[in-house]
Design a binder for this molecule. Structure first.
Ligand code: ZN
Length: 177
């Protein structure tokens, strides 16, 4: 437990080599690379404020059912599944593995947040319209206050990115800032 524990957590979604590296298995392309400095700045600011930093990370099985829809990516134990070096976790950060879009589905994220008394979440990462949006939806369903940093989320699909930001704000009640 940190000395200064707030009720806020920064959630870093899928900033992993396979999604962010140009040669990653399921790269988001230039849009994904472009948000790395903003993500790093938000991580630094939230750490400085004493907020909890949580990484939710795709960690698939080699034969994961998700690969019926997407090319194999982020297979547990491979370099592609690792958090990008620029955003390496620090001592005290929490790293959570997931096998589906939402960081809440089949994971201990909700339990971790409740045990830490966290009620307010800030989201960064990829993809805006997939794992960020479904994590935001599950957070809102559970009653968390959710902020999304517009400068630190991205998608391979610009139109879907824009639509997702709009939906998270108008339908899910997130604050997009
Ligand atoms: Zn996946």
């Amino acid at each position: 437990m940190k000395e200064k524990q707030t009720k806020r957590a920064l959630i870093v979604v899928d900033m992993l080599n396979d999604f962010i590296a140009p040669d990653g298995a399921l790269s988001c392309g230039p849009a994904g690379e472009a948000i790395v400095p903003a993500c790093a700045a938000h991580v630094a600011a939230h750490r400085e404020a004493g907020d909890t930093v949580i990484y939710v990370c795709d960690r698939h099985r080699p034969d994961d059912a998700e690969f019926r829809m997407f090319p194999p990516h982020c297979i547990a134990g491979t370099p592609g599944a690792e958090i990008i070096a620029e955003l390496a976790p620090a001592a005290g950060d929490i790293v959570i593995s997931k096998r589906r879009y939402s960081g809440f589905f089949g994971t201990g994220l909700d339990l971790d947040l409740r045990e830490l008394g966290i009620t307010e979440l800030f989201l960064v990462g990829v993809c805006t319209n997939i794992c960020v949006q479904y994590t935001a939806a599950d957070a809102r369903n559970r009653g968390y206050e959710v902020h999304v940093y517009r400068d630190a989320v991205a998608s391979f699909d610009e139109a879907a990115h824009t639509m997702a930001l709009s939906q998270m704000e108008s339908v899910l009640g997130c604050t997009v800032e």
